[in-house]
Design a protein around this ligand. Sequence first.
Ligand code: ACO
Length: 402
Amino acid sequence: CVDIRKLYGQADVFTFDPGFTSTASCASAITYIDGDKGELWYRGYPIEQLAQHGHHLEVAYLLLYGELPSPKQMEDFENRVTRHTMVHEQMHYFFRGFRRDSHPMATMVGVVGALSAFYHDSLDINDPWHREVASIRLIAKLPTIAAMAYKYSIGQPFVYPRNELDYASNFLHMCFSVPAEEYKVDPALARAMDRIMMLHADHEQNASTSTVRLAGSSGANPFACIAAGIACLWGPAHGGANQACLEMLQEIGSVDRIPEYIKRAKDKDDPFRLMGFGHRVYKNFDPRAKIMKESADEVLGILGIEDNPTLQVAKELERIALEDDYFVQKKLYPNVDFYSGIILSAMGFPTSMFTPIFALSRTVGWISQWTEMLGDPDSKIGRPRQLYVGQDRRDYVPVANR
Ligand code: ACO
């Protein structure tokens, strides 16, 4: 705690905590993480149980409303989400304003932000019913928008949702079907996709969620807030790590080159970091990484590519790093992004789609956190303080005298 009155004569005392390593910005009942034990719970339910027995829309209901749904509640919720999967037809033109080679995340930041221009009937954030409609719209439309961003980037026509499919299968259909040939969704791959969505659904006050809350604290509309979250997620230290991680594994290429990269990661003069390693909160295994690793084995087995060289490099890199003093002492373990890219790549996604898939999955958590914040009577506009280290007061000098 810095008493800046002594330093700069300002009448205030506050905490100086760059990166918010020990400052709680809110009280939340949604997600619990024990970083030392490597535990993650959604509304009290361990992630391992949800990943094994649940599905993404069930988790979405749990995060949004606080309890697991009854069969009737589940059916109603799925029907409501399904009814909203289409985007306004005019949005197609909006996509066409982007360059074809835009990164899908760039397109998504713009298109999701523009939802408030298309769905301004659900912008009354003071009305819980409107808040709920906007939440359902976002959960329903994000897979459609991500798939459209992908199709646009590869020059293929948009594929409309098929609402008799489940959430994950529908997303795979919109990404991989072409007019001449409907993509046959393998249920096992759809299940793996659904599991990726569940594992990414929420992670308490990470950078993008805090961004959504901060944007929402001013009363900004939910579509704008989620667009802000997407923009923040894109960074390579956050959601962009899954793309960076697969690219790094591919660059390493073979097991014999791993020591060279481990050496670089430990070199203080080299900015290189092992992508997919380390986490602000987990100082033990990220429980999502364990599930993701099992899922990677399963998916590659289904596709008959168990000897995938990238997976071999990932497993060996993990083994070597976990025995290395540097990584042990700094408690650096694989995080959720370490294996997710291998699964997505095996399914046929290019690396540029990894972060959009993270974004559509995290939308559920973002909007649940936003809803919780607006319902909290103690919440107020987020306004961090700063420690001013600039010039003392001084007088203006006319340009001719400088
Ligand atoms: N490789 C090598 N060294 C690392 C790594 C890494 N991946 N991560 C941290 N370190 C080292 C740092 O150099 C630092 O060393 P020092 O104390 O000698 O200076 C120490 O470990 C602590 O690192 P910080 O950056 O201070 O830790 P922080 O908690 O701020 O950062 C982060 C966490 C950003 C995730 C970091 O571990 C990282 O950059 N990892 C790689 C990117 C990544 O995988 N991000 C995904 C995070 S999960 C998610 O967003 C879904």
